[in-house]
Design a protein. Structure first.
Length: 195
């Protein structure tokens, strides 16, 4: 739940509630024949030394349960989601971020990207998910690992996460280059930026 807003005010302007979990994406859904050999997570950019976490290593990292509401730019909101995932802080134990890093670019399968300010990526509420409502993520919802940044529109919660790039400057990702807002706060209705 977004603690900034009361229980009576959990749905941002222009949103409607759904109990479903709609599948929205651009391009093909990646499927893995052998996820242990085909998936890893790379941490690079403004770090002292790059790191790569294998799938087997990632699955051994400590996990937590998270609860939140999610809001899609296409106007649906789904309340009371329960996730299992790995805290950002746990993943970042593998690297030392350089002080000039102010942004991250999340890189996913098929060249898909999205940008975030570093401070949003580092929030305690942001995490790398492997399960939703007790079930392993389906390929359509980002298996094996998706980022979850619940305080922003859900396109910022990159499916099929493959690498995290630490940057000094902001740069638009895939949807941002195609007219979506650079930040995406649902409470400010930061959906599109066609200026």
């Amino acid at each position: 739940m977004n603690t900034k807003h009361s229980l009576e005010n959990r749905v941002p302007p222009g949103q409607h509630l759904t109990s479903a979990f709609p599948v929205l994406h651009y391009g093909e859904v990646p499927y893995y024949r052998d996820v242990s050999s085909q998936w890893n997570l790379r941490l690079f950019g403004l770090v002292e030394e790059e790191a790569v976490i294998s799938h087997d290593e990632f699955m051994k990292l400590p996990r937590r349960t998270y609860g939140n509401d999610i809001h899609c730019v296409t106007t649906w909101s789904k309340l009371d989601n329960e996730w299992e995932g790995v805290a950002v802080a746990t993943v970042l134990e593998r690297v030392k971020i350089k002080p000039e890093a102010k942004y991250v670019m999340l890189h996913a399968e098929h060249g898909w990207t999205t940008n975030l300010p570093l401070e949003d990526f580092l929030r305690d509420t942001s995490f790398l998910a492997i399960k939703h409502n007790g079930e392993a993520l389906s390929p359509e919802h980002g298996y094996p690992v998706r980022m979850v940044v619940p305080h922003l529109y859900f396109w910022k919660s990159a499916k099929w996460l493959r690498s995290i790039e630490f940057r000094e400057t902001d740069r638009p990702g895939f949807w941002e280059r195609n007219g979506y807002h650079m930040y995406g706060d649902p409470w400010e209705e930061q959906r599109y930026d066609f200026d």
